[in-house]
Ligand binder design. Structure first.
Ligand code: IMO
Ligand code: MG
Length: 423
């Protein structure tokens, strides 16, 4: 059975924890898009691990992790992540980590361009500043540098020369910034190539062969549906397809091979960076939920914006991603609330929208239509079965299920591996 996990909101839904749990029973886990803009947190015992490029399954012995062709790799960040895990006692070899030769590489000029573009924009996106957007832009503009190029110094030389000819002119004339040195970058990236070479292969072939030999593959989505370049709240999105469709183009595995799709959602909603967020808290709850849920970006440390659960948003995700099961994460963060609200529509100029609107003005100015439910005012972290949850919590989950029109399979009530209820 091959399973894909996607985020159904604006990222940070708790995908890392779910992947860590599911991957124990899977043979291979593959990241298919995004880059080190992602921050997937896994807590094991009293230790916390945050993954940016490595799949969150890497902590399990005997499992294979793959970085698919759809991922953009910053080699410096990847090598740092590998070295850090090695220091913490984990073995990372070509047997348990495979990187696609087709991955596009984040270059120093991508990171700087990301920051410069943001600084010039009036309507800032609030990117993570990791060079992700400019790297994907070069991929589409057909001037990107790929992992295989790092293993071929002659090819790398030609591509880097062409890039710097163009980029240095832009940096000078548009941004009034000094030139990038060919020699420095060339040497640095040749060295990265040597370090990463053992892991590089045709991961599309590897994954398809694994599936043919009845191994199970878990597809790990990064970001979330509303950060997707096509379906997100454009332009406040990331530059890849974070919906499940990206799992196919980002790995070379056909849609017919994915058997189940699970969406991760928080029991409320958060967003980092700019962009519309209809159910964002306007009151003191903002700070309360942020503190209880430790809602700070795992990549940039920025405080996350927090709000009520938005069923209009999640229902749209369920449709776009063909979701089979929902995983509701961080329910425990709501334990102390007297009452909870669920958004069931958006009111704009006298009209109620039940489907997620494309129009920016509607998203920005709409008045959310809420249903209010009583809170449970009880700690849930020790609960291990749905039946043992307080009845108000069960009612809340059942209502989310009805509104999303998909069954809830997991409810997470804490950060630890054991703090999960399987329905
Ligand atoms: P995980 O995988 C939450 C957001 C940024 C910004 C927008 C564009 O941990 O859920 P980018 O650097 O990608 O060009 O920034 O996307 N963003 C995320 N928000 N979780 C993430 O990843 C994110 N990755 C990018 O904050 O608004
Ligand atoms: Mg994150």
């Amino acid at each position: 059975m091959n399973i894909a996990v996607v985020g159904a909101q604006w990222g940070d839904e708790g995908k890392g924890k779910l992947i860590d749990i599911l991957s124990e029973n899977m043979d291979v886990t593959v990241r298919y898009q995004g880059g080190n803009n992602a921050g997937h947190t896994v807590v094991v015992g009293d230790k916390e691990y945050v993954f940016h490029l490595l799949p969150s399954a890497i902590l399990h012995k005997g499992k294979v992790c793959v970085i698919g062709n759809g991922v953009v790799v910053d080699p410096q960040a990847l090598i740092a992540e590998i070295d850090d895990l090695k220091k913490r006692g984990f073995k990372i070899t070509s047997a348990n980590l495979k990187i696609s030769g087709r991955c596009h590489i984040v270059m120093p000029y991508h990171r700087i361009l990301d920051a410069l573009r943001e600084s010039k924009r009036k309507n800032k996106i609030g990117t993570t500043g990791r060079g992700i957007g400019p790297c994907y832009a070069d991929k589409v503009a057909r001037c990107g540098i790929r992992m295989v190029d790092l293993l071929n110094p002659r090819l790398l030389k030609g591509k880097l020369e062409d890039n710097l000819t163009e980029k240095n002119e832009i940096f000078q004339k548009v941004y009034n910034r000094k030139d990038f040195s060919f020699g420095d970058i060339y040497k640095e990236y040749c060295d990265y190539g040597k370090k990463l070479e053992p892991f590089v292969c045709d991961t599309a072939l590897y994954l398809n062969e694994a599936i043919d030999s009845k191994k199970s593959v878990l597809f790990e989505g990064a970001q979330g549906t509303f950060l997707d370049i096509d379906f997100g709240t454009y332009p406040f999105v990331t530059s890849s397809n974070s919906i499940v469709g990206g799992a196919c183009s980002g790995t070379g595995v056909a849609p017919t091979k994915i058997d189940k799709i699970i969406a991760c959602v928080k029991a409320y909603t958060t967003r980092v960076g700019e962009g519309p967020f209809p159910t964002e808290f306007q009151t003191g709850l903002k700070e309360e939920i942020r503190a209880k849920g430790n809602e700070y970006g795992a990549t940039t440390g920025r405080p996350r914006r927090c709000g009520w659960f938005d069923s209009v948003l999640v229902r749209y995700s369920v449709i776009i991603n063909g979701i089979n099961e929902l995983a509701i994460m961080k329910l425990d963060v709501l334990d102390d609330l007297d009452e909870l609200k669920i958004c069931v529509g958006y009111k704009y100029k006298g009209k109620t929208h039940k489907d997620f609107p494309m129009d920016f003005d509607v998203l920005n100015e709409a008045e959310p239509v809420y249903e209010t439910m009583p809170g449970w005012k009880t700690k849930t972290c020790g609960v291990r079965s749905f039946a043992k949850l307080p009845k108000e919590a069960r009612r809340y989950i059942k209502r989310l299920e009805e509104l999303s029109k998909v069954k809830v399979k997991y409810v997470s009530i804490g950060t630890k591996r054991s703090e999960i209820i399987v329905l």
